[in-house]
Design a binder for this molecule. Structure first.
Ligand code: HEM
Length: 543
């Protein structure tokens, strides 16, 4: 009896379900349509058509990514969704959208995506640049701003800065005396790498027999990996191919060798600290990191944190630069990654400023007059007093304008939405990557008068812009809580080097080349350098 009842009930239920299901289906469909029409909360940003598996990757070839993305955004809008393989990536290229990412929803977008390489080379992302937003990042950021890159610390590096600037001037003088053109790119990279090496490690390793070539080889391997394209990061289901083609093995091997090297640097510093056998006068960044626990009880750093901080504070790249500059150049520095947060960026900026000044003789004349006027009688001295830099307003405007046209990290560093959120009314699912196209913002004719022209005057007599991202049209150092913490260090280095070069020398193009013939092509990289090296003739100036 019970069995019959159950059968009848099941039949009844099934026949009703058959009637009810189409109705339910229509209801859900209707609700969905009403919701998407009435509220934009589930509307994704516009997107160019995608191909299966690779998404929009095929559209990113042929030119530089920031230029391609700028062109696409004129068609698809300032908040545009691309699929890089299977990775949803939003590109932002208007001031209100940038402000939402970097200011009003800063916390939501404060994480960085992790990739195979950053995870394995950057100590499981236990560094500052690639840390997810959270307690670990907060602690590392505090250490960087309070202990490593504070105003007082930047001042304390003055002797190292001045000593290296003196060597730079001597180098250029000797080229001028021999009537040789100066390879400005080479001398500037040597300066920035030597300076950072002094500040960071307090010494160089170049003179150690045998070690140089071993470390060079390691660096060759890292560079090769940095320009590779791990499938796992963009098309995860093909990740097994990374194992099959040996990529995973190489990354593991290089990460291990690299760790052994950093470990050795740390051990040398510990030994020196214990025995008081310091070979240099002031503390370097490794010393500071190692003694942090003694001076700040709130700091607790793991070995991985220390190594990660050493790694990102540009302590390693300059070392390699120093070990063998020629090898470094020959293995193609132009393809370097953000590996040298401090070194590479400062070097590339100086190169662009000199390029624009040579192409604009009026601006060159004006900035030289300013510098020579401010320095006055002191001009006989080789090195400018750093307190004089404050007075060089036009020089600052020149640097700002060069960075508007050539923001050397044109897409900033990638961010990631840590929860489902909104951006300019569009729905942004958790995990979406976000790139802010600072290059497009700086060149937008709707935002700037004569947007493609070099015109430093636009930054004179105005306090509307700064390097911290006060105005979202101008973001060469990013903005918000993940904005660049090295601005203070970069500013003084850039100003001192440029003021010195422009004080002591008049600059010309070689072989009768005309200013309009000098190219300003950009190389392929995350930090954008000139494509070719900048070679100029320096004529010592008697003031
Ligand atoms: C002209 C020189 C420089 C430029 C143009 C520059 C630019 C940038 C940019 C665009 C970012 C990403 C910001 C964002 O995502 O909003 C960044 C981050 C960073 N920069 Fe710089 N930078 C320069 C020099 C330096 C120096 C000298 C250092 C330190 C020695 C440094 C250390 C860092 C670090 C650690 C981060 C990551 C911060 C974080 O994720 O919390 N930078 N920089």
């Amino acid at each position: 009896m019970l069995h019959t009842c159950t059968m009848l009930f099941q039949f009844f239920l099934a026949s009703h379900l058959l009637l009810v299901l189409p109705f339910l289906f229509l209801l859900v469909h209707f609700l969905r349509r009403t919701q998407s029409r009435e509220s934009p909360t589930h509307l994704l940003p516009p997107s160019p058509p995608t191909l299966p598996v690779i998404g929009n990757l095929h559209q990113l070839t042929g030119s530089l990514p920031h230029r391609i993305l700028q062109e696409l955004s004129t068609k698809y809008g300032p908040v545009m969704l691309l699929h890089l393989g299977s990775v949803p990536t939003v590109i932002v290229s208007s001031p209100p959208a940038a402000e939402e990412v970097l200011k009003s929803r800063d916390v939501t977008f404060a994480s960085r995506p992790h990739t195979t390489l950053t995870h394995r080379l950057y100590y499981g992302n236990q560094d500052l640049i690639f840390s997810k937003y959270g307690e670990q990042w907060r602690q590392l950021r505090r250490i960087a701003t309070v202990h490593l890159l504070s105003h007082t610390r930047v001042l304390s590096f003055r002797p190292a800065r001045q000593a290296e600037v003196a060597l730079l001037v001597a180098d250029i003088r000797s080229a001028a005396a021999a009537s040789r053109p100066v390879n400005v790119s080479d001398v500037i990279i040597e300066f920035t790498s030597n300076f950072t090496c002094r500040v960071a490690l307090g010494r160089t390793y170049s003179e150690e027999k045998g070690k140089g070539s071993k470390v060079n080889k390691l660096f060759d391997e890292i560079t090769a990996l940095l320009v590779a394209f791990p499938l796992r990061d963009h098309i995860p289901w093909l990740g097994w191919l990374d194992r099959l083609n040996g990529f995973d093995y190489k990354v593991k091997k290089v990460a291990l060798e690299f760790d052994t090297f950093i470990e050795q640097v740390i051990q040398e510093h510990i030994k020196m600290r214990n025995s008081n056998e310091r070979t240099h006068n002031s503390e370097d960044l490794v010393d500071i990191l190692l003694s942090l626990g003694d001076v700040d009880s709130s700091v607790s750093l793991s070995q991985e944190n220390i190594k990660g901080l050493i790694f990102v504070c540009s302590l390693i790249p300059p070392l390699f630069f120093h070990l063998n500059l020629k090898t470094y150049m020959s293995i193609n520095i132009w393809k370097q990654d953000m590996f040298g947060a401090g070194t590479d960026t400062t070097f590339a900026t100086i190169e662009w400023v000199m390029t624009e000044l040579i192409r604009h003789p009026n601006a060159m004349r004006r900035v030289q007059e300013e510098i020579r006027g401010v320095v006055g009688a002191e001009a006989k001295e080789e090195i400018i007093g750093e307190e004089k830099l404050e007075e060089m307003k036009y020089l600052r405007a020149v640097i700002m304008e060069a960075l508007r046209l050539h923001p050397i990290v044109p897409l900033l560093l990638p961010r990631e939405a840590s929860v489902d959120t909104q951006l300019q009314g569009y729905h942004i699912p958790k995990g979406t990557r976000v790139l802010v196209n600072a290059w497009a913002l700086g060149r937008d004719p709707k935002l700037w008068d004569k947007a493609d022209e070099f015109c430093p005057e636009r930054f004179l007599n105005t306090s509307a812009f700064d390097f911290k991202g006060k105005d979202f049209r101008y973001l060469p150092f990013g903005a918000g809580r993940r904005g660049c913490p090295g601005i203070g260090m970069a500013e003084v280095t850039l100003e001192l080097v440029l003021a010195t070069l422009l004080l002591h020398f008049d600059w010309e193009l070689p072989d009768g080349m005309r200013a309009e013939e000098l190219d300003a092509d950009e190389g392929h990289a995350i930090v954008i350098h000139r494509k070719s090296k900048l070679v100029l003739v320096a004529k010592p100036c008697r003031h």
